[in-house]
Design a protein around this ligand. Structure first.
Ligand code: FAD
Length: 358
């Protein structure tokens, strides 16, 4: 039996950010991760993620802004560049883009609307559609480096990472909780459960969770035909397609929310042939700067709520952290802070409460 202030179940980006925030506040913390470092079975693997403020809803703009400061702080702490400003583009469906334009203007976020000729002059590897909104401060996150930086900072602060250590059971124990692993039991004042696609099977039997749908998404990298500048981009339409440069791997292109529904236990790691065909056609039409044959492909899990809002709440000693729906990574520093605030007794953000309408 080990007694600590907090146990964090899940060493993905959200568990790591939460653990790091708690350790900075002087808590003794153990992170239990069922797999090895940098495993590729969850939602946080890979080298790159889009980071942008361009949302149609001011709520997300303010949350992304707060996260931005958190990434800069982690960069300052570690001396590692994590957030690369390449510019972020939204184009395509007028309704979708204009809602973003309106929200950015209202939030006084620097942006510009470009005409097609100007956009294609700046990014000759791309073809543009409909209104084109450019957020110059947007860009990409070095995702793998960010996860390592959080884990390193956590351990430097005295935190303990237990890799290849699945939490088998979680139960109340007095005012706190007990977490059982194969070779140890931990008692803690709080347990943060940031288990990604495994959340429902782990906590569902004891906590009323909102409906969470796990999908297996496919993502592809393509080789640039020549050295060109690439922004992060979202092409809005019936199916939103997005992309960004991943240094050393090419340009990542994928569809948002077209993956088949699965569970963490039953997912098959098989790249979706239909998605590959559609993305290749998309590249042929809209990204002439890329050779249209994928040079690499991968699957990754989304844990989705009905309205893409996150779940961050506390019930007794258990703190639930489920911020995904395919857009969570960029928010990790502020999610970590919110989880630590819940551990310190703060109330949840109403929109993220377990009982919030979704
Ligand atoms: C293809 C794809 C593209 C994306 N693109 C973007 C993007 O451009 N921008 C953006 O902001 N977001 C993006 N996202 C979303 C983002 O990556 C996720 O929201 C984020 O990674 C979720 O992190 P997590 O820590 O909640 O989940 P995970 O990384 O899955 O972490 C959960 C961890 O818990 C562990 N675990 C589960 N059960 C147990 C147990 N019982 N004991 C111990 N450990 C356990 C798992 O092994 C796992 O490591 C994308 C996601 C995907 C899949």
């Amino acid at each position: 039996m080990q007694t600590v202030d907090a146990v964090v179940v899940g060493g993905g980006i959200m568990g790591s950010a939460s653990a790091s925030c708690l350790a900075r506040r002087g808590w003794s913390v153990v992170v239990l991760e069922q797999f090895e470092p940098e495993h590729t079975r969850g939602s946080s693997h890979g080298r790159s993620r889009i980071c942008r403020l361009a949302y149609p809803d001011p709520f997300w703009i303010e949350l992304a802004r707060a996260a931005w400061d958190g990434w800069r702080e982690l960069e300052a702490d570690t001396g590692i560049e994590l957030l690369v400003r390449t510019g972020a583009i939204d184009h395509g469906d007028p309704g979708g883009v204009q809602a973003i334009e309106t929200a950015l203007a209202a939030a006084a976020v620097p942006f510009e609307m470009l005409d097609r000729a100007e956009a294609e002059r700046r990014w000759p590897g791309m073809r543009f559609d409909g209104p084109i909104c450019h957020q110059p401060d947007g860009g990409r996150l070095a995702a793998g480096a960010a996860l390592r930086a959080l884990n390193d900072r956590f351990e430097q602060l005295g935190g303990v990472m237990r890799w290849n250590t699945p939490a088998r059971a979680l139960e109340r124990a007095g005012e706190g909780a007990r977490v059982v692993t194969d070779d140890e039991t931990y008692e803690a004042a709080v347990v943060i459960v940031a288990a990604g696609a495994w959340l429902e099977p782990l906590l569902g039997p004891q906590l009323a969770l909102p409906r969470l749908v796990v999908t297996q998404e496919s993502a592809f990298h393509f080789a640039p035909r020549e050295s060109l500048p690439w922004p992060s981009f979202i092409h809005h339409g019936a199916v939103a397609r997005y992309g960004l440069e991943t240094p050393g791997e090419g340009v990542k292109v994928a569809e948002h929310h077209t993956g088949p529904e699965m569970t963490a236990a039953t997912r098959d790691f098989v790249v979706d042939d239909g998605a590959r065909d559609r993305v290749v056609r998309f590249v042929e039409t809209w990204l002439p700067g890329l050779a249209p044959q994928p040079v690499s492909e991968v699957t990754c899990l989304y844990t989705n709520t009905a309205n893409e809002d996150f779940v961050l709440d506390r019930v007794g000693p258990i703190i639930v952290v489920s911020p995904c729906s395919g857009h969570g990574f960029k928010f990790a520093p502020v999610i970590g802070r919110m989880a630590a605030d819940l551990a310190d007794g703060a109330a949840p953000v109403s929109r993220f409460a377990l009982t919030a309408p979704r």
